[in-house]
Ligand binder design. Sequence first.
Ligand SMILES: Nc1ncnc2c1ncn2[C@@H]1O[C@H](COP(=O)(O)OP(=O)(O)OP(=O)(O)O)[C@@H](O)[C@H]1O
Length: 195
Amino acid sequence: MPDITDINKTYGEHRVLEHFSLHIEEGRTTCIMGRSGCGKTTLLRILMGLEQADEDFGGSREMAAMKKSAVFQEDRLCENLSVMANIRLTCPDRTKAQIQEEMREVDLEGCAGQPVHELSGGMKRRVALLRALLAPGDILFLDEPFKGLDEETRQKVIAYTARKCQGRTVLFVTHDEREAGLMKAAAVISMEALC
Ligand SMILES: Nc1ncnc2c1ncn2[C@@H]1O[C@H](COP(=O)(O)OP(=O)(O)OP(=O)(O)O)[C@@H](O)[C@H]1O
């Protein structure tokens, strides 16, 4: 895993990241915490290649070459496709039976054929999470993945996610310190707001 060094990012006059560096633990979960607006999502978007930093940064080429999967703060599902079709988009090599098995783990059994637009917000969240967790990849980005789940479901889904993340390289953004513990994060990085 490359060390990420010296990321700068400004939006107009607003400086969000200044000489930001990050060590990502290979095969482990690295948790990123910080106040709302301090730049966590911006950092993830830059590392995913969805946003450009102000200039080239250390590790950018290696990062660009990696296969990535992600859960964004928004679900970003194909609303008219079924749950199964959405998940299979990222893991076509898995059988439907295998995917059904994973769906059961997060209480989504019975809705494989349902179009996503018919699901509740919490169900959509779990579909987005499964889609990312089942996708093969070198690095997994999780941006507040458990947002909007009721407490009982959240506990179950966090435990499942922690199991699926074992041995994988994961960057995980949360506002909740307990989630970092439950996800067995190897490191917790506190981002400071620049203004
Ligand atoms: N496309 C954009 N154009 C202008 N400003 C932006 C843009 N994207 C983000 N920002 C600003 O950059 C700052 C960091 O935003 P970012 O979404 O990275 O914060 P965050 O730490 O992820 O916040 P939260 O915890 O609320 O999700 C904010 O002040 C935000 O308004």
